[in-house]
Every structure is written in structure tokens, then in C-alpha cells.
Design a protein around this ligand. Structure first.
Ligand code: ZN
Length: 433
């Protein structure tokens, strides 16, 4: 739901009063936001100005391409790849979670933000028409801020036994090396995630994009080690990585779908009016014909920006996708070109192999055409955003062009690496299988 602009200020203030009344919450983003307002009185004004800027981007008027004839459900626009650095700040060995668990979280983000999650709504569901592919992917950074190779993970032992988003423990401690945490990496080029022993009512909290300019050192997401990724230390019902899917939504400018107020607004048209947050795993329809003027289909409780259990949330709407993409343009413009997930040495190899690609995006077959003949074998590898090889092939003849069968690769963006002796060229490709 979206309000008239004249009521923006009142809605913000009302939202803040309302959320104070609830002690038990799965997300601490709005509590932390209250602290920001108390610390800096201009915080609220920045949000209002940002909201006006977002609305001038036309986020509420563009139709969902899925509803247009002859259009697939997948987003074919350029995909933004966001480099992630995970700062594990641990006091016990259990809290020092495995790389496998961290990689599982990146995979979940990629599924949820590309709408390839296996629990996406069935096409017959009344809300299916609103679902959308966010065209955003995530990768663990392979280059640190100094240009050195990295696995996108930092590990810091701390003597602090617990971090908290409430008033007893300072919520910023984990974000600074000087207070027992870890300083963040350049937040204009990385999504910083702190995984620690976060206690109190919230499983996690995120900064909003409006605060990037004023407090860049605090930009990022803080999450409890029991609510991150799947397997390892994750615990039910928050063991499917959806806490991060939700928090990244905040990091990209989304609000809770009930607008943090009774029948409040999230400034998105197609998320349905909701009286308040939903917990557990409701049955459809939830709160049909609610007092916000909702219809018989009720509230969109399965939206990633509600509070239901991990196994019950499964969708973003097209309106939310537009809002996230507009936020990237307006508030995080450098992240799309940060390019921190591929070795720059590979891309800028002076002995590179010259070849063209057709078509991009590609489906089933990708054609590579070469400008020179190469003696000996050409090695071709396709890597996913985690740097894992998904296809590998050698060509021993010296073809002018190669029709590469990519039919076994899932939809997504990948890196195509062509090697010949000690030369290598890497190009980004998009697959629409
Ligand atoms: Zn939240």
C-alpha cells in the first residue's frame, strides 16, 4: 500500500510510536532506527527526502512485466551482482561458523533474489501474479579493499560474550575493531555482514541506505550466528537463511509490509494492506477482508518482509523489486560496478584471448567467435557467482567459433573463463535457461 505524500511525516512518526509497544520481534531494524533518530535528529528528514526521491522514480506506476503478453516470468534486465563480506565475530568456537554455512547463506540469497527458490508460489495462487525476480545476485568477495585476494570472510575473536540491539549493550560495538568487533569494508563496494552472538529480542538488524552517507562505518547487516544460512549452527524455525533475505531487503530500502503501524504503509503498491506482522506459518487466506480494506485473499504473509517462519516466506513483489532497484540507483550507485568477485588480474590480463559472445543473454547455446587462431588446447570454464565451476570443457582443434552447449546450466549470471597456455580472459554471461 502507498499513501499520499502529504501524510509522509505523520506516518513515519506514527510508525515509530507503534513499534515501541512490541517487545518480541524477529527483526531489530526499526528499534535501531529509533536509536539513530535519537542520536541524530536529521535522520527522519533524510528518510522523508529519500522517500520523495524514490517516488519520483515511478516505482508505483510501472506494470509487472509478468502481466504483459508474451513475457516470461524472469527478469531479463541487467543483473546486479553485490559483493558480500562476512565478518564472523566470535567468542566461542561454536560462534565461529564454517565457510560451508556462510556459502549456504549466499546460495539462499541468490535463490530468493532471482526467484529460483523451490518454494515460490504456484502459478495458480492468487498472489502469484505479483511475484517477481529481483535480478540481484550475491557473491562472496574475492578481493579485499586493498586489492588482495580474499575469500570474502573475516574472522575476529572477541572477548565480548554478547552483542545486542537493545539499550543495555551498544548495538554498534560489533561494527568497530576498537570495541571488540570488526571495522567494515568500504560500504559503497561491499555489503558488510556481521555474524555474532546477537542476543535480545531481534534475530538481526540492518542499516537503511539513507544512513550510508552520514555513518558509512555502520552500514551493513548484523545477524545472530543461529539465524544465518542453513545447517551448522542455524536453528529452527529460522534455519533456512530467510532472516538475511529479509534484512537485505531493508538494506535495499524495503520496509515491513504492514508499514510498522496498524494498517500502515510500506510505500509499495502491490504488497496488500496488512493490519500488523504475521508470525508462525498462517494458512491462506490470512485475515481476509481485514480492517485496512483488504479483500478476500487477505494479507500477503508469505512476503519476505513479513515476520513468518523461514519455511513460510517465499516472495518479493514487483513493486518491492522496483523499490530495491531504484534504491540501488539512488543510494548505492557504486555497488553494481564494484566488481569485487573476480580477480581483476584475470579480467585485465595483457595477454588476453580475444573473442566475442553471442547471444547475451544466452539460452541453451552460447557462441564464442575468436579473432585469432590459437595453437594447442583452449580451456573453457563457466563459474557461478560463488566461484564454483559449473561447466568445464577443452577444445583441441583450433576453431574460429565454438557453439557451447549450456543447456545444463540453471538460469543466472556466470563468469565465462577462456584459458590458453598462460593467458586467460574472463567475461560475464547471463543464462536464461
Ligand atoms: Zn525487518
Amino acid at each position: 500500500m502507498t499513501p499520499s505524500m502529504t501524510r509522509l511525516s505523520l506516518l513515519f512518526l506514527f510508525s515509530l510510536c507503534y513499534i515501541s509497544a512490541y517487545a518480541q520481534q524477529r527483526c531489530g531494524t526499526m528499534q535501531v532506527y529509533e536509536k539513530l533518530i535519537a542520536r541524530d535528529s536529521n535522520t527522519l528528514q533524510r528518510s522523508i527526502l529519500f522517500e520523495k526521491a524514490l517516488q519520483t522514480q515511478g516505482s508505483s506506476t510501472s506494470p509487472n512485466p509478468k502481466l504483459e503478453p508474451n513475457t516470461g516470468s524472469r527478469n531479463t534486465q541487467a543483473i546486479v551482482v553485490i559483493p558480500v563480506v562476512v565478518h564472523v565475530v566470535y567468542n566461542t568456537s561454536t560462534q565461529n561458523i564454517s565457510e560451508e554455512q556462510i556459502r549456504s547463506q549466499i546460495s539462499i540469497l541468490n535463490s530468493d533474489y532471482r526467484m529460483t527458490n523451490n518454494d515460490t508460489l504456484a502459478t495458480g495462487h492468487p498472489f502469484w501474479a505479483s511475484t517477481a525476480d529481483a535480478a540481484i545476485e550475491f557473491c562472496l568477495a574475492t578481493t579485499d579493499p586493498n586489492g588482495n585476494p580474499s575469500n570474502g570472510i573475516t574472522r575476529t575473536f572477541t572477548t565480548t560474550t554478547r552483542f545486542d540491539a537493545d539499550t543495555i549493550y551498544n548495538w554498534t560495538d560489533v561494527k568497530y575493531t576498537s570495541t571488540g568487533g570488526q571495522d567494515n569494508w568500504d560500504p559503497t563496494r561491499y555489503l558488510n555482514v556481521w555474524v555474532c552472538n546477537l542476543t535480545g529480542p531481534a534475530l538481526a538488524f540492518s542499516s537503511f541506505p539513507t544512513e550510508l552517507i552520514t555513518t558509512p562505518s555502520e552500514d551493513g547487516i548484523t545477524v545472530g550466528y543461529r539465524y544465518f544460512g542453513t545447517g551448522g549452527t542455524s536453528i529452527s524455525p529460522y534455519n533456512l537463511g530467510r532472516t538475511m533475505t529479509h534484512e537485505v531487503g531493508h538494506w535495499l530500502g524495503l520496509k515491513h509490509i504492514w508499514g510498522d503501524a496498524f494498517c500502515g504503509t510500506d510505500f509499495v503498491v502491490d504488497t496488500k494492506a496488512a493490519e500488523s506482522e504475521n508470525y508462525g506459518c498462517p494458512s491462506f487466506p490470512q485475515r481476509p477482508t481485514n480492517t485496512c480494506g483488504g479483500d478476500a485473499n487477505g494479507e500477503m504473509y508469505m512476503n519476505f518482509m513479513d515476520y513468518v517462519n523461514d519455511n513460510c516466506m517465499n516472495m518479493f513483489t514487483y513493486g518491492q523489486v522496483l523499490r530495491m532497484q531504484n534504491t540501488l540507483t539512488l543510494a548505492r550507485p557504486d555497488i553494481a560496478s564494484a566488481n569485487r568477485c573476480v580477480s581483476t588480474a584475470s579480467i585485465h590480463d595483457t595477454h588476453d584471448i580475444k573473442f566475442g559472445l553471442y547471444p547475451i543473454p544466452a539460452q541453451k547455446t552460447l557462441n564464442l567467435y575468436f579473432g585469432n587462431a590459437y595453437e594447442g588446447s583452449l580451456e573453457i570454464r563457466i563459474l557461478n557467482s560463488l566461484g564454483q565451476i559449473v561447466q568445464e570443457q577443452s577444445f583441441f582443434s583450433q576453431p574460429e567459433s565454438i557453439d557451447l552447449d549450456i543447456s545444463s546450466i540453471n538460469q543466472g549470471s556466470y563468469f565465462l573463463e577462456v584459458s590458453h597456455q598462460k593467458s586467460k580472459t574472463v567475461k560475464r554471461i547471463v543464462v536464461l535457461n
